[in-house]
Design a binder for this molecule. Structure first.
Ligand SMILES: [Zn+2]
Length: 272
């Protein structure tokens, strides 16, 4: 509880990243306790190969069922991204060196990217001290609205569930666009989308964690994105492909790999 309060206080100054740290610590503590309850091979994590009777519940008060891989800590959306990266990008092609910017890296991704010799890896966070990841690469401090990198620098950018925490998200998007390589660069920029909401809802007079949870679905979110989310990305110059990749899987495989029901992947490019 004390940790939760501390994280909430940090989150008042920069939300989002603190929550990730909180969830990580919670998950690490519970994973070992949970493992014995989920022994089996009905589901299989495509990231780490771990098998369980089913995926474990989400480690928070809501406790949604069938989410968590107890070996690598991945959730549904992480497993979908991983499969997409493997099947639809050249990120693992050892013959194609790539410079990758990665916001708020989860442990499994950090270790995989960090170990790959052909990936020039830049994991970043506003609060790098919150991370326990250890690898040859260090997590650098970076503010998405004011990146320290030069223009046209990155071949690929992964920015997963970050922008919903950032008050000036358009500035963040413009920075992602600025540092992406023109022509060949690409990025995956995921946010939670409120289904049925056409226009993104934000109200900056709502600042208290409890009020934000009510208004935006999570105590450190500053908006609910609607179906106009890709238009915001386009407004800073991105070409956006709203990829319904998850539809390529059969019901059986979706269950086996524990994938989300209908997540759209927003794959962005910076045209010449
Ligand atoms: Zn796993």
């Amino acid at each position: 509880m004390a940790l939760h309060i501390l994280m909430e206080r940090v989150a008042l100054f920069m939300p989002g990243i603190a929550l990730d740290g909180y969830i990580l610590i919670q998950a690490l503590n519970r994973r070992q306790q949970l493992k014995k309850h989920y022994t089996g091979n009905m589901v299989e994590c495509p990231i780490c190969g771990g098998k369980q009777s089913e995926f474990a519940p989400f480690p928070n008060a809501k406790g949604q069922a069938n989410i968590l891989c107890l070996t690598c800590g991945s959730h549904k959306r992480h497993r979908l991204m991983w499969l997409y990266l493997r099947e639809h990008t050249s990120i693992w092609d050892k013959n194609r060196p790539i410079r990758l910017l990665h916001f708020a890296p989860k442990s499994f991704a950090f270790h995989a990217f960090s170990k790959a010799n052909h990936i020039d890896y830049y994991p970043v966070d506003l609060f790098p001290r919150l991370y326990r990841h250890k690898g040859k690469t260090k997590i650098r401090k970076a503010d998405i609205t004011q990146l320290q990198f030069e223009d046209n620098f990155f071949d690929a950018i992964i920015c997963y569930h970050i922008l919903e925490h950032v008050p000036d998200d358009r500035k963040g998007m413009a920075e992602l666009h600025r540092v992406m390589k023109k022509g060949t660069g690409w990025g995956i920029f995921q946010v939670p989308i409120q289904h049925g909401l056409e226009k993104t809802f934000e109200d900056f007079s709502i600042t208290k964690p409890g009020e934000r949870e009510k208004a935006f679905g999570q105590w450190d979110h500053v908006r609910w994105y609607g179906s106009d989310y890709p238009d915001r990305l386009r407004s800073v110059g991105f070409e956006v492909n709203s990829d319904q990749y998850v539809k390529e899987f059969s019901k059986k495989d979706k269950e086996r790999y524990g994938l989300p029901g209908q997540e759209i992947l927003y794959v962005c490019r910076k045209p010449e």
